[in-house]
Design a protein around this ligand. Structure first.
Ligand code: SF4
Length: 288
């Protein structure tokens, strides 16, 4: 039933995945190979509904649903409304529907539309911030400026949909590590997502970033430097609002979890301990 490859955030490991779109509507980030082989498509609503009914026959109890692939929030409002209603009626026991969203797809929905989606069950969206630095966002071809990302993040928060944001440690290379740490800490402090997930840069084959590494334009950080950068990002996050901070993605060298701001010092101490004791995942055990 799935058009592979299929991706989902780590926290959706136990969710039923409904594939409403194929690929990513942007598909141009320099570090990303996830959907390179897929042409972005929004599947016809009738087809998605048929697949949902097939899932209903297989699964007797579905508590969580993740709508894939990339950027499902870009689905036009009429279809998205209909899709969420259909999910609600078919899986009455489901308490949480989530999906990926991009600054662009968030911009294309009004606050009222986002609130309506929330009332129809859309509990949370995952948005890739990657970096808070304008310069690095341009380097990686993110397709959104710092300001656009801030506006999108704030809009989601205002609509009462939960926001889970991802950032990528190492994305600016050695040259821009300080800039990345400072600006990423500050963008998190401004947006105040409910969750922040850290990934650590992995160089994927056939990506633009791989070319930059090969021709010396980007010098990648060592595992220790990645940890130091995460520590600097944490130091630069200043907010009184609760943010759940995690580095539980398979790409990371250490797994961290804590609530900001109360666990900030403890998280920094954990990183220091890992550095001092070389408690760092072996490179070959990292994956995307
Ligand atoms: S990182 Fe996200 S937005 Fe960028 S190309 Fe990959 S899936 Fe699309």
């Amino acid at each position: 039933m799935y058009d592979m490859p299929l991706y989902r955030p780590p926290s959706e490991a136990n969710s039923l995945i409904i594939q409403a779109t194929l690929g990513c509507s942007h598909n141009k980030c320099s570090f990303c190979s996830m959907y390179k082989g897929k042409k972005f498509t929004i599947k016809p609503l009738e087809q998605i509904k048929e697949e949902i009914l097939e899932f209903r026959k297989i699964y007797t109890y579905v508590q969580r649903i993740f709508i894939a692939d990339g950027d499902a929030l870009i689905i036009p409002m009429n279809d998205l409304r209909e899709l969420l209603k259909f999910i609600k009626n078919t899986f009455k026991e489901c308490t949480r529907v989530t999906m990926y969203a991009s600054p662009k797809s968030i911009r294309l929905k009004t606050i009222d539309e986002l609130r309506e989606l929330k009332n129809l069950g859309l509990e949370m969206v995952y948005m890739g911030i990657e970096s808070g630095s304008e310069e690095i966002l341009k380097d990686i071809n993110k397709g959104a400026t710092r300001d656009e990302i801030i506006q999108a993040g704030k809009k989601i928060k205002e609509s009462d949909i939960k926001l889970s944001a991802t950032i990528i440690s190492g994305i600016g290379g050695k040259e821009k590590t300080n800039l990345h740490a400072k600006d990423t800490g500050s963008i998190i402090s401004i947006i105040k997502p409910d969750y922040v997930g850290v990934l650590s840069l992995m160089i994927e084959k056939n990506t633009e970033i791989e070319e930059k590494v090969k021709n010396g334009e980007l010098e990648i950080l060592s595992s220790f430097e990645i940890l130091k950068e995460i520590k600097e990002i944490l130091k630069n996050i200043n907010t009184d609002e609760k943010i759940i901070f995690r580095s539980n993605h398979a790409s990371n060298y250490v797994s961290l979890k804590g609530n900001l701001p109360i666990d900030k010092d403890r998280l920094i101490e954990d990183i220091d301990w890992c550095i001092e004791n070389s408690y760092i995942k072996n490179e070959k055990n990292r994956s995307l």
